[in-house]
Design a protein around this ligand. Structure first.
Ligand code: GLU
Length: 317
């Protein structure tokens, strides 16, 4: 398998944009694309694009091509070939086998309803904290449905370049989490950790909706003996109802035909003062200016913001 499609040029900084092809690129995903791109380029780094289509049931045919065309249309230039998670299942399988051999994972036979009957403790991401039913072994006659990673009862400290310090205890807030699902799909948490390490990504810039997943990823990195990247979590764009822009909330697609006007809105969202004249500039002129101006300190340390209001840096999370 290729090393992730990246060139062999040495680079101190390697970043990436990793969209899930569940629909067209919208304002919220464009924020993550632009933030990761600008931080990489302003630091003289490489910027990779990885299509996160590991979750086959959620993948929308044609969405990946649409996202790549849109990125191209907005003048993004990525390094190396685009990588598709759906073609890297062997890597995730190998990582799971390593975790099995080291005793970090165990098979689990619990269905959703069994978990719901055993606990009502809410987890940090809106589900339930896994009560550990299968930790000591499967019940007599029960068949394994999924594989879970044992988590420790200790606090993980994340020092995020934008959001500052946050803490999470995986046992209290998440519980042992699934790496291979009952439907045979590898979980995002495993795929993202394996890919970032194999591709040599050492600086991750992405939406703050993934901040709560980060301690799970730190723990996986430790279990697999992988280096820990630096993290920066950007505010996420919400609609007027306060919902994160996504396919589920029917966020409108962004189109290159809308020109640098949209990019200017994205940059204002990220804390820039964008001169009016740049709205009529070419994408090349626009990016050259934006790369020169980038500073991650300008990005407001908030969790959510409405694109119309430039977040002022005060917490409305
Ligand atoms: N594929 C994830 C998404 O589109 C992003 C993963 C990441 O940046 O770590 O939400």
């Amino acid at each position: 398998m290729a090393d992730g499609g990246s060139s062999s040029r040495p680079s101190a900084y390697r970043g990436r944009f990793a969209p899930s092809p569940t629909g067209p690129l919208h304002f919220g995903s464009l924020v993550a694309a632009a933030g990761s791109y600008l931080d990489a380029r302003a630091n003289g780094g490489e910027w990779l694009v990885r299509i996160e289509d590991v979750d086959a049931p959620r993948t929308v045919p044609g969405a990946a091509d649409g996202i790549l065309k849109t990125l191209e249309g907005f003048g993004f230039e990525w390094d190396g070939e685009v990588v598709y998670q759906s073609r890297r299942i062997d890597l995730y399988h190998a990582a799971l086998v390593r975790l099995q051999l080291a005793g970090h994972v165990y098979p689990c036979s619990c269905s959703r309803s069994e978990i719901a009957a055993a606990t009502s403790r809410p987890s940090i991401d809106g589900g339930l904290v896994y009560p550990g039913t299968c930790r000591a072994g499967l019940k007599e006659g029960a068949a394994a449905r999924a594989w879970r990673l044992r988590v420790p009862d200790r606090e993980f400290v994340l020092r995020d370049r934008i959001q500052g310090e946050s803490r999470q205890n995986l046992e209290r807030d998440v519980g042992d989490f699934v790496l291979l699902r009952a439907d045979g799909q590898y979980a995002y948490q495993l795929a993202v950790v394996v890919d970032d390490a194999v591709q040599g990504v050492n600086s991750i810039v992405r939406g703050v909706d993934l901040l709560d997943s980060t301690p799970r990823q730190l723990w996986l990195q430790q279990c697999l003996g992988l280096p820990e990247p630096r993290y920066a979590h950007l505010p996420v764009a919400v609609n007027q109802a306060g919902e994160k822009l996504s396919k589920q909330t029917h966020a409108a697609a962004v189109l290159p035909e809308q020109g640098t006007e949209v990019l200017a809105r994205v940059l204002r969202f990220l804390g820039y003062q964008v001169p009016e004249c740049l709205c009529r500039a070419s994408t090349t002129e626009f990016w050259n200016w934006a790369i020169g101006e980038w500073s991650i300190e300008k990005v407001p340390a908030v969790r959510a913001a409405f694109p119309g209001d430039v977040p002022a840096g005060a917490g409305n999370s």
